[in-house]
Design a protein around this ligand. Sequence first.
Ligand code: AMP
Ligand code: ZN
Length: 114
Amino acid sequence: MKDCLFCKISNKEIDSNIVFESDNVLIFKDISPKAPVHLLAVPKEHISSILEIDKLDSRLLKELMEAISRVAMEMRLDKEGFRVVVNTGSGAGESVNHLHFHILGKRKFSWPPG
Ligand code: AMP
Ligand code: ZN
């Protein structure tokens, strides 16, 4: 989609620090990390949010979860625990309207989140 930051990152119009890529999924480092490990997993296709359920078929969701799991294991986040976050809507802190999963690790996390 035109003027979407994560579409531009997905099609390499804008540089990012990519840690995983498959046909339909990209995982790259967050530019403003909130933890020692802070990655963003996105579908390459523009899906505006988790509410756009018609575009979220089970194959894509599996590919996303497999990618997140694989990177988490590769970075050894599983031992201490890690957090996967989807902010949805401005009230939850969402600032980019292209579905993205934050993957945060290598620090302690409190619950409930702020
Ligand atoms: P959210 O606020 O949940 O929509 O998350 C958007 C995230 O995108 C924030 O954590 C930003 O730091 C991150 N971000 C913004 N611009 C870039 C960029 N050019 N490359 C990587 N991450 C970015
Ligand atoms: Zn997009």
